[in-house]
Design a binder for this molecule. Structure first.
Ligand SMILES: Nc1nc2c(ncn2[C@@H]2O[C@H](COP(=O)(O)OP(=O)(O)OP(=O)(O)O)[C@@H](O)[C@H]2O)c(=O)[nH]1
Ligand SMILES: Nc1nc2c(ncn2[C@@H]2O[C@H](COP(=O)(O)OP(=O)(O)OP(=O)(O)O)[C@@H](O)[C@H]2O)c(=O)[nH]1
Ligand SMILES: [Mg+2]
Ligand SMILES: [Mg+2]
Lengths: 281, 292
């Protein structure tokens, strides 16, 4: 027998609801459901098979495909450049308060543990206490921070850190940037300028796993600089994690890590299977 | 765009002379979409749309009111049930030495909002004191001090003090002795899964006995808003809500759930990173934003 559009409508409506309740953005939820409907309408299904289970397997495959798209090993990329004697720079960008500064500290520690030499650029020259916060984190893990004064040009700080790294044989430069609203044209332009000037090897988007539909808008606008991947934070707050799906779908790039707490070891590689199981009932 | 679709559906309804059931259903579907996009709780959206639809179909059109105006009024009334009040108020301190405790999830905007609130009251002639009782986040006191500095708002804190309860108590005592009108206490971010931090918050609250506990909620929060706010409400008596970051693309629908979970009114909204980017909550404007 074949599965009809009518069968699918009811089953997919329930799946769309579970996507929405898991914080997958409305736009992405609708796109996923429409793609599934096209894919499955008229599909042959065994006489003894359960239609709902048949669709569930297809949903799992689709979600996994989105999350595994362009998956890569960031440490492999860093190692390639280190072997070639080149420094590897990473800019961390995102909306206000998502966990950029803390994620940089965690990632920096991860790199130190793997034997890399790291320096951090304090390119958030705007927010009160940002330079002190970053410097204290860096001090705790034993990484040098390149900083200028508040009000300095963020691009200049990043450029300075990269020059410093080249001169001192540092392997990796991590660039902390100010939180910014995707709706603030000036701040989005400032970020584009930093990327032009510093030309980082990677641009990582840091998103809050508790955020709802705004995360889709953020992912879209921040994609203008060409993102290479994302980090999803505050997963320990028991967020469902649907934001990962929105971000992956919209940016076409993988979630690299998840933030699972406020400690320096609370950064884990992202596992698509874990998320799919969380989202689907 | 969605707001285009919504206003298009409304226009069709205005043109229709009688109650067109299909037009109402179409409009309710568009309202559902707008509310979901605005991060209103999924179950609440469906509950609301059922109520809106049945009221739109069954209620007699009041004299002098168009069908479109009537439906908008219904939507507004249904949403207002969650907001505590339907008028914009300024919420000024009603006694000397009023103590307000600022709580919320990591990164929601507590420290920034504490400074904004201090400036808001200072501008209106009140003597304000700010206590930095976040002993966890590196540079927390420095952030608060720098943010409040250019307006000469006094900030009490000690980056070397690890006991947040002691710090909160001493800070409140310090400003009560200075006869401040209002004392704002900033605390570390925490969420409901961090039992130790939730217990710390309870202890701070029991020690300084605040006149008001304000939950600072990130305007971008999605479907977790209700259960997260509930976590705070179970631990302490939340007296008010401030929704931040509404200058982003988020419409703040999660704030409705937070209000429902805590039973507390939304008093202010944050609209940017500057110290003056705070406004008293305006329910009418909030609802019209939710609807796109
Ligand atoms: N529970 C939890 N808290 C986190 C996580 N990541 C970051 N945080 C906390 O979230 C808050 C904000 O983190 P920051 O690193 O300052 O965020 P940011 O993006 O740099 O903020 P801005 O620079 O102001 O935009 C801090 O209290 C962090 O400790 C996480 O994975 N879990
Ligand atoms: N765009 C925007 N950013 C805001 C708003 N309110 C606060 N922020 C920013 O959000 C980020 C986090 O603000 P904080 O005040 O550090 O948040 P917090 O709740 O004190 O964070 P923790 O102490 O780590 O829990 C900072 O970059 C602020 O400038 C707002 O209304 N709009
Ligand atoms: Mg930061
Ligand atoms: Mg703070």
């Amino acid at each position: 027998k074949k599965i009809t559009e009518k069968d699918l409508d009811k089953i997919l409506e329930d799946f769309e609801l579970s996507l929405l309740e898991s914080d997958v953005s409305l736009k992405v939820s609708e796109k996923i459901v429409n793609e599934l409907k096209k894919k499955l309408t008229g599909e042959k299904i065994g006489l003894t098979s359960n239609k709902k289970d048949f669709v569930k397997i297809a949903v799992e495959e689709t979600l996994t495909e989105i999350l595994e798209f362009k998956k890569y090993d960031v440490f492999k990329e860093i190692e390639k450049k280190r072997k070639a004697g080149e420094i590897f720079s990473i800019a961390f960008v995102g909306f206000n308060g998502t966990g950029k500064t803390t994620s940089i500290a965690k990632f920096g520690k991860l790199l130190l543990d793997k034997g890399y030499k790291v320096v951090i650029a304090a390119s958030d020259t705007f927010r009160a206490g940002s330079i002190e916060q970053l410097s204290l984190h860096a001090e705790n893990i034993g990484i040098k921070v390149i900083k200028h004064n508040y009000g300095a040009d963020p691009a200049a700080v990043a450029f300075d850190a990269i020059s410093h790294a080249k001169a001192r044989g540092i392997d990796v430069v991590l660039i902390d940037t100010a939180g910014r609203s995707e709706m603030n044209r000036n701040l989005m332009d400032e970020m584009k300028k930093l990327v032009r000037v510093a030309n980082p090897d990677m641009k990582i988007f840091v998103g809050d796993s508790l955020a709802g539909n705004a995360v889709a808008e953020q992912a879209e606008k921040f994609s203008d600089i060409g993102l290479d991947g994302s980090i999803l934070t505050k997963v320990d707050a028991d967020s469902r994690g649907g934001a990962a799906l929105s971000i992956s779908y919209i940016t076409g790039k993988p979630i690299l890590f998840i933030g699972t707490g406020q400690g320096y070891d609370d950064l884990e590689p992202f596992d698509p299977k874990w998320l799919v199981e969380r989202i689907l009932p | 765009s969605l707001s285009g679709a919504l206003s298009g559906a409304l226009r069709k309804l205005t043109k229709a002379g009688v109650v067109d059931e299909s037009l109402i259903k179409e409009l309710v579907k568009d309202i559902q979409k707008a509310l979901l996009l605005s991060d209103v709780n999924v179950k609440l959206v469906f509950e609301l749309s059922k109520n809106i639809e049945s009221r739109a179909m069954e209620e007699k059109l009041p004299k002098g009111v168009s069908r479109k105006e009537h439906i908008i009024k219904i939507v507004y009334e249904e949403l207002s049930k969650f907001m505590g009040s339907d008028t914009k108020k300024e919420h000024l301190p009603d006694k000397k030495g009023k103590v307000v405790l600022m709580i919320g999830i990591q990164g929601s905007g507590k420290t920034t909002t504490t400074g904004k609130l201090a400036r808001f009251y200072q501008k209106r002639g009140f003597k304000v004191g700010v206590v930095g009782a976040d002993t966890w986040r590196p540079g927390a006191f420095e952030q608060l001090k720098q943010f409040c500095a250019e307006n000469n708002i006094p900030v009490f804190g000690d980056p070397k003090e690890k006991d947040s309860i002691k710090l909160a108590r001493e800070g409140v005592k310090f400003f009560k002795e200075k006869v401040s009108d209002i004392i704002l206490v900033d605390t570390a971010g925490r969420h409901r899964e961090e039992k130790g931090l939730i217990d710390e918050m309870k202890e701070i609250s029991n020690t300084i006995n605040p006149d008001e506990v304000t939950l600072v909620i990130d305007g971008t929060i999605g479907q977790q808003a209700f259960v997260q706010a509930e976590g705070f409400a179970n631990a302490t008596n939340v007296g008010s809500i401030i929704v931040t970051k509404l200058d982003g693309s988020a419409k703040g629908g999660g704030a409705l759930s937070a209000a429902a979970a805590t039973g507390a009114p939304i008093k202010f909204i944050g609209t940017g990173e500057r110290i003056d980017s705070i406004e008293p909550f305006d329910p009418k404007r909030f609802v019209s934003r939710l609807l796109g």
